[in-house]
Structure formats: C-alpha cells, structure tokens
Ligand binder design. Structure first.
Ligand SMILES: [Zn+2]
Ligand SMILES: [Zn+2]
Length: 146
C-alpha cells in the first residue's frame, strides 16, 4: 500500500503538502534527506519551502507514518514503518536498501547500562553492484577522491 493510501485509510488529514510529500516518499527502499524531498516535491509543488518540508515530515514522524533513520551521518526519512528492518548502505553512492537479517540481534543485560531499550538500527556497509563494477573497471564513484 502506498504511503498516501495508508494515510487515507487511517483517516489522517491529507493536506496538499502531505499529499505531495507522501507521493515523494512512496516506494521501496526509499530513504531521502530533507533536501532530496524538497527537490522532488518542487517538481509537483514549485512553491514548497524547506521549512514546509520539515514541518510536514515531522508531523508524519509524530503520527508514526514515517521514521527518521541516521545512515551515513545524515538523517533520512523512511516510509517503511510496518516491518522492523535494518539498512544496507553503499559507501560510494549512498544508496540505502532495507534489509531483514536472519536471527535476532540482542544486547546482553550487562551491556545495557540500565537503559530501557526501544529499538535498534544496524547499518551494513558495502558497495552496490553498480559502484563495485565501476571500481573494478577503474572508474571511481563520484565520492571517491584520489
Ligand atoms: Zn553505489
Ligand atoms: Zn528503511
């Protein structure tokens, strides 16, 4: 189900801004920064501002419809809130995939320091097939500096 259908199905208020941002955040393996959301949202709503993007995304986060994830030092917004998952990031192009590792990762009591645990987000790192192929052919990806 798309994020927009989910919002409508749950009786959430769908403003024009929410509709545009829900459309931008639709699909699988979607993890966009606020700037990326702004760029894509402007194709549909040229007057939308970064402040509106933040306000709208934060409202969707507060409703539990989108979750912020910190991957590679940047906050990205993830519409996949239905299934607990972790992330696999390409160190060259920054593409992020949702992954579902086998087995459960647990933190022994002695390691918790008295914290009440509420979640976990493991980031697996590597090179996506496209970037790994470019490296093998001697063409560095755009973030690589000799
Ligand atoms: Zn890549
Ligand atoms: Zn995700």
């Amino acid at each position: 189900m798309s994020l927009l259908d989910r919002l409508r199905g749950r009786g959430r208020r769908v403003t024009a801004q929410r509709r545009v941002i829900a459309e931008v955040l639709d699909g699988k393996h979607v993890h966009l920064t606020a700037d990326e959301i702004l760029r894509r949202a402007r194709r549909r709503m040229p007057e939308i501002s970064l402040a509106t993007v933040y306000n709208t995304v934060n409202a969707l986060v507060a409703l539990g419809e989108v979750q912020p994830v910190d991957v590679g030092g940047r906050v990205r917004y993830d519409p996949n809130v239905g299934a607990a998952h972790h992330h696999l990031v390409c160190l060259t192009c920054g593409t992020v995939r949702d992954v579902y590792p086998r087995g459960r990762l647990s933190l022994p009591k002695g390691e918790r320091g008295g914290y009440r645990l509420v979640g976990q987000d493991v980031v697996f790192k590597g090179y996506c097939p496209r970037c790994a192929g470019a490296q093998a052919r001697g063409r560095p990806g755009h973030t690589w500096r000799p």
